[in-house]
Design a protein around this ligand. Structure first.
Ligand code: PMV
Length: 370
């Protein structure tokens, strides 16, 4: 009798750490809600590991349904739906029907409402593809991440990144490309000022839909965006700080103007955010040149772009403003990182159980308990 050796079963698990990105030219509005296709392109910088999201994805016969946890909380409903949507695309592509577990934790110095969906969904695309052994290009990973959350498509790449609007109806050409790597301008910094309560009143998804439907000013924004994108892209390539910062501030103001022009109006900035806007202009005025440029997403926290040499001045300015709760200085980051060590997975590869894990703010590390 010939004994046939059973083929060894591969463990379909992967862990990735991805970082958020902060846009210089903002994405605000879709032309296709279902496929998450933007009205226009956008440009961002991927942050370094000061802020990171670790995500483990595992596919197994042991699982009866898809399950997901974020920051040790089990996800349900819409939040789980976002994850399942991406998992379905991966399964279809790999030709497998296995259910999955998704476990993700944000390693952010505070839970004050910093944008984490971009890093989480970029990490999901990369970890999911890796777990299934799919060799996807950056272009394909970016398309996949986009389907979870638009801005996530930019976190698949490091450095200075542009999300191309694309033309095709199926969305296959709407993805991020790298304008320049970190090494092109490593001195660039984002000084983040956390101001008060971070929870959004209106989600970005609902807010942008409302803007597209009701704001007459939005048409003007769409008309001028291609020019802004060109200015910002060229300023990055030339490392022209004053041009980059002025375009960034004008662009943030423009997005918040169309938010206010939305009916009923949407406001994300609070009094402290506005104080930061005026203080930045005063700082530039006193310096006699533009050394700092603010930008705000769908929330009150400020992101102040500058270069390393000016960080002390920007920090001093922020620390003089009552209501600034915390300042975090981020450099540019090089994109998602695959963690190969077995101990780093948030799921035990043998038992498939979720491992106990937490974020240690003191060391800024994600700790997986044995
Ligand atoms: O991808 P979403 O739905 O989280 O939208 C993000 C939109 C902004 O953060 C406001 C702008 C941007 O381009 O990141």
């Amino acid at each position: 009798m010939i004994l046939m050796a059973k083929p060894a079963k591969r463990t379909l698990i992967a862990t990735v750490e991805a970082t958020p990105n902060i846009a210089l030219v903002k994405y605000w509005g879709k032309r296709n809600e279902e496929r998450i296709l933007p009205m226009e392109g956008s440009i961002s910088v991927t942050m370094d590991e000061q802020l990171k999201t670790r995500t483990t994805v595992m596919f197994s016969e042991k699982f009866k349904e898809d399950e997901a946890w974020l920051d040790n909380k089990k996800l349900e409903g819409k939040e789980l739906g976002e994850i399942t949507k991406q998992l379905d695309v991966l399964r279809k592509r790999a030709g497998v029907g296995l259910k999955a577990r998704f476990v993700s934790i944000n390693g952010f110095p505070t839970a004050a409402g910093l944008a984490s969906s971009a890093s989480g969904l970029a990490a999901l695309a990369c970890a999911g593809a890796k777990a299934l052994g799919l060799e996807l290009s950056e272009h394909e990973l970016s398309v996949l991440a986009r389907m979870g959350s638009g801005s996530a498509c930019r976190s698949v790449l490091g450095g200075f990144v542009e999300w191309k609007r694309g033309e095709r109806e199926d969305g296959s050409d709407s993805h991020a490309v790298q304008i320049a790597p970190v090494e092109h301008w490593p001195e660039i910094r984002n000084v983040i000022a956390l101001v008060g309560e971070g929870r959004k009143k209106v989600s970005s998804r609902a807010g942008m839909r409302q803007t597209v439907a009701t704001s007459p000013l939005y048409r003007e924004r769409i008309r001028t965006l291609p020019g802004t994108i060109k200015t910002v892209r060229e300023a990055i390539l030339k490392r022209d700080l004053p041009t980059l910062l002025e375009a960034t501030m004008r662009e943030s103001n423009n997005m918040h103007a169309v938010m206010l022009d939305t009916w009923p109006p949407i406001t994300y900035l609070n009094d402290v955010s506005k104080e930061i806007i005026h203080a930045t202009h005063a700082l530039n005025e006193s310096e006699g040149k533009t050394i700092a440029g603010y930008t705000f997403d769908a929330g009150p926290h400020a992101n102040i772009y500058t270069t390393q040499e000016h960080v002390p001045k920007v920090r001093k300015m922020l620390e003089g403003i009552p209501g600034v709760a915390k300042v975090i200085v981020c450099g540019p980051g090089s994109g998602p990182k695959y963690l190969a060590g077995k101990q780093e997975h948030l799921i035990d590869p043998v038992t498939a159980e979720v491992r106990r894990h937490h974020y240690d703010a003191k060391s800024n590390k994600i700790v997986v308990e044995a």
